[in-house]
Design a protein around this ligand. Structure first.
Ligand SMILES: Cc1cc2nc3c(=O)[nH]c(=O)nc-3n(C[C@H](O)[C@H](O)[C@H](O)COP(=O)(O)OP(=O)(O)OC[C@H]3O[C@@H](n4cnc5c(N)ncnc54)[C@H](O)[C@@H]3O)c2cc1C
Length: 526
């Protein structure tokens, strides 16, 4: 048994673990990342990568334009449709999230749809460019306290290795072995609904050309479920709810028949790549930390995918966590700084979970308007009756319009505020207004609002002023401070009046901004 040591051991090379390793490297911490799968993820799950996640990757120096170029275009993935079946009657359509260039006034990197199985290899390759390889086929098994922090036992190709790390970060997903070994339990409903999913390849362009989109809700009760486009109209996931105990695998020809029930007749070949089941839950770890072991991402929380917040919330966790570890390692903060990790991140995850749950349950209104019934033939007759009835269609249209918040969550994605240890202000109750509309704010705890500035002739985002390894002071043109700071109008040019118009600050005010781009304090000149 070999024993090696590192500053940080990350368990799990999902999006959160990979981002954690990239941040650790950027901060100059030594890191190892182990993954029990033999290779990178090949099954799609998440596809919504929101603006804040791209901002975080931008801050750590990833080639964000390259990552974004692998995403579906807003034209291709800009709508969600309710259809009888794919390629047949469209019953309603909503815009899918804020992806357009008009959002460049509030973020340098608007939301895109990039499937998780296409994203993860890009993050792996970024990590490789930093000289760090994901250690595949390596399963974390156990840990004990060690002189430097934690000693983990990891099974690699049938051999055990002991890895000593100052910090152990559990990014090992919803069934986290690290969390279980630490005796941390999950609280909340563990089985809201089971789903069967089929990942398949088929050229369905002819069926989608008139109505391109990312999600298609199938309203014909003889099929039901949701079709998710994972790119180019060639790669799809078909997902539908099942009863408890119905998870058994079915034959390829049965898969083919099931999928064809959800789409208009087509001569396209359907190649089923994978079938699997998953359980919708809404759960939180009862603690995010045990001494030097920390949980991030799905290991700490899991909630319905309705809203596309799971992966994105996990990226926010790891961003919040790593700079704190860095400051402790640098000797400029003590362990108490880590108490703020859960204090700040849990309320955000709880709000995201609440919005996701609300989205999931509100969707029933559409199926109620369609006359849902346990008897499929009755439900089908009800659907046809609604389609022929102007009043029924009006009720259906209203039910669909009421889903708008589900697919328009910019406020929640970039407008969240941390409850800082210096602040006693609780978060305001969640409303549709808060979820949908982003309102820039300089109240402590908020993300520094984005605006376009110019530095040495180069156009930058105000977020680019913040380096991950230090606090930043930025002040107006007449701001006075003994501490090093960036002065607007002197060090950076503000032709769009970001300082006065978006931030609403006067020329003798300043802001103290944390390494994670969240505002710590509003400052006056001294
Ligand atoms: C259908 C569906 C759609 C979704 N859509 C979205 C979306 O659009 N946007 C969004 O933000 N989220 C979405 N999500 C949620 C998202 O997929 C998860 O939140 C995200 O994958 C969590 O990332 P993670 O890195 O925390 O965990 P995971 O992605 O689960 O990664 C954990 C990794 O740890 C590894 N591992 C586990 N145990 C061990 C061990 N003992 N040793 C070594 N390695 C181990 C696993 O193999 C895995 O690779 C969706 C989920 C589903 C099911």
């Amino acid at each position: 048994m070999i024993t090696t040591s590192t500053d940080i051991l990350i368990v799990g090379a999902g999006p959160v673990g990979l981002t954690g390793a990239l941040i650790a490297h950027e901060l100059g911490l030594s890191v190892r990342i182990i993954e029990r799968r033999p290779t990178a993820q090949s099954a799609p799950a998440a596809h919504v990568i929101n603006a804040r996640t791209f901002e975080i990757w931008r801050q750590i120096g990833l080639d964000v334009e390259k990552i974004r170029s692998a995403a579906q275009s807003p034209e291709q993935a800009g709508f969600v449709h309710w259809v009888t079946r794919l390629g047949e009657k469209v019953l309603g359509t909503l815009q899918y999230e804020q992806q357009g260039d008009d959002n460049l006034s509030v973020t340098p990197t608007p939301l895109r749809n990039l499937s998780q199985h296409l994203l993860e290899p890009l993050l792996v390759s970024e990590l490789k460019n930093c000289g760090i390889g994901v250690e595949y086929a390596s399963t974390w098994e156990a840990c004990e306290e060690g002189p430097e922090g934690v000693i983990s036992t990891v099974a690699i190709n049938g051999q055990n290795e002991k890895i000593s790390s100052k910090w152990l970060i559990a990014c090992d997903g919803a069934s986290s072995s690290v969390r279980n070994a630490c005796g941390i339990s999950m609280v909340g409903p563990d089985n809201l609904q089971k789903f069967l999913t089929f990942h398949f390849r088929a050229d369905l362009k002819l069926l989608t050309a008139a109505n391109p989109g990312i999600l298609y809700w199938i309203c014909d009760p003889r099929a039901g479920g949701t079709l998710i486009s994972h790119g180019g109209d060639n790669e799809w996931v078909y997902m539908y709810p099942i009863a408890e105990g119905d998870e058994a695998q079915i034959s390829p020809s049965e898969c083919d028949q099931l999928i064809r029930k959800a789409i208009a007749p087509t001569s396209a070949t359907i190649t089923v790549l994978r079938q699997s089941s998953w359980t919708m839950t809404s759960q939180f770890a009862d603690s995010y930390r045990l001494s030097r072991v920390l949980l991030a991402g799905d290991a700490a929380h899991r909630f319905p995918p309705s809203g596309g917040m799971g992966l994105n919330t996990g990226i926010g966790d790891i961003h919040n966590l790593m700079w704190k570890i860095d400051r402790i390692e640098a000797g400029v903060a003590d362990l108490a700084l880590l108490d703020t990790y859960e204090k700040e991140r849990r309320p955000i995850a709880e709000r995201n979970a609440q919005a996701s749950m609300d989205n999931a349950f509100k969707m029933f209104d559409v199926f109620m308007a369609l006359g849902i019934d346990p008897d499929i033939e009755v439900a089908f007759a009800n659907l046809n009756r609604v389609l022929e009835d102007a009043e029924g269609m009006k009720v259906l249209d209203q039910a669909i319009q009421n889903q708008a918040t589900h697919f328009d969550m910019l406020g929640l994605q970039i407008g969240y505020r941390y409850i800082l240890s210096t602040s006693t202000t609780e978060l305001e109750p969640l409303t549709d207004e808060i979820i949908r509309n982003y309102r820039p704010s300089v109240e402590a705890g908020n993300r520094l609002p984005h605006g376009w500035l110019e530095r040495n002739g180069e156009k930058i985002s105000s977020l680019d002023l913040v380096s991950l390894d230090d606090y930043l002071i930025v002040g107006g043109s007449e701001f006075v401070s003994d501490l090093p700071h960036i002065k607007i109008g002197q060090d950076v040019q503000d032709t769009d009046n970001w300082w006065s118009q978006i931030l609403g600050l006067s020329s003798n005010e300043g802001l103290l901004v944390r390494p994670d781009q969240h505002i710590e304090q509003r400052l006056s000149s001294i």
